[in-house]
Design a protein around this ligand. Structure first.
Ligand SMILES: CC(C)(COP(=O)(O)OP(=O)(O)OC[C@H]1O[C@@H](n2cnc3c(N)ncnc32)[C@H](O)[C@@H]1OP(=O)(O)O)[C@@H](O)C(=O)NCCC(=O)NCCS
Length: 200
């Protein structure tokens, strides 16, 4: 197998840790405010977000508190440096429809290496396999090229443009809705990662 094949995934069900070829994913925890500041303190990362670029730890703590309360979100750790270089997770979980929303962000200096694709395969496999998801939603700004390319590589389908659906930095923004269904997983990018959850 290629050393960076995202299909190579180990899952520890007790700690909910996931290991991919180049990343460790672990649930966000109470001491992660500084890690989030390192990510959302970068204007490239917050450009398409309903979030101003973070300037201090207090602001990062508020984002962390929100994530800990409302998201099932993982920190992406670079094993060599132990640095948190991104986050990825599921939220707005609807237990009736088995549907959740999906979000991710990576420090700018790590873009263009396929790292988020690796992380997303792990988190989506976790959601579909161990949380019985049927559908995952993802919204991106119209001009978020990298995010759209990532979603399409993962097998998401572009379904609609939602007009003036978001508001940030003083303006309304049209958003693209992407969806991934359980029935689409066979033969796609996520399917090999599902094996790590057999019996979990
Ligand atoms: C969205 C975001 C995570 C995408 O990051 P990314 O690094 O482009 O994502 P991927 O992991 O899919 O990497 C794909 C890139 O890595 C390259 N790559 C290198 N090695 C690779 C590998 N082994 N496997 C796959 N791709 C690889 C691809 O060619 C591609 O580069 P290119 O677009 O320059 O051709 C990043 O831009 C980001 O954090 N943006 C800010 C936050 C944000 O907008 N989040 C989404 C809100 S909806």
């Amino acid at each position: 197998m290629h050393p960076a094949d995202p299909a190579v995934l180990e899952f520890d069900p007790d700690q909910r840790h996931m290991r991919t070829p180049r990343l460790l994913l672990r649930p966000l925890r109470a001491d992660d405010a500084a890690g989030l500041l390192g990510i959302y303190g970068q204007p490239e990362v917050t450009r398409h977000y309903e979030l101003d670029t973070l300037g201090d730890l207090q602001q990062a703590q508020r984002v962390l508190d929100f994530f800990l309360e409302h998201h099932d979100r993982f920190a992406l750790i670079d094993p060599a440096s132990q640095r948190m270089i991104g986050t990825c997770g599921l939220f707005f979980w609807d237990r009736t429809t088995n549907m959740a929303s999906f979000g991710y962000d990576l420090c700018h200096e790590f873009w263009g290496r396929g790292l988020m694709r690796e992380a997303c395969c792990a988190v989506l496999a976790y959601g579909f396999a161990s949380k019985r998801l049927n559908r995952v939603n993802a919204l991106t700004a119209l001009d978020n090229r990298r995010s759209m390319a990532l979603l399409q590589a993962l097998g998401f389908e572009h379904e609609a443009v939602l007009r003036q659906f978001a508001f940030w930095k003083g303006q309304y923004h049209d958003m693209r809705m992407f969806g991934l269904l359980r029935e689409q997983l066979a033969g796609g990018a996520i399917e090999p990662s599902l094996r790590a959850f057999d019996g979990a």
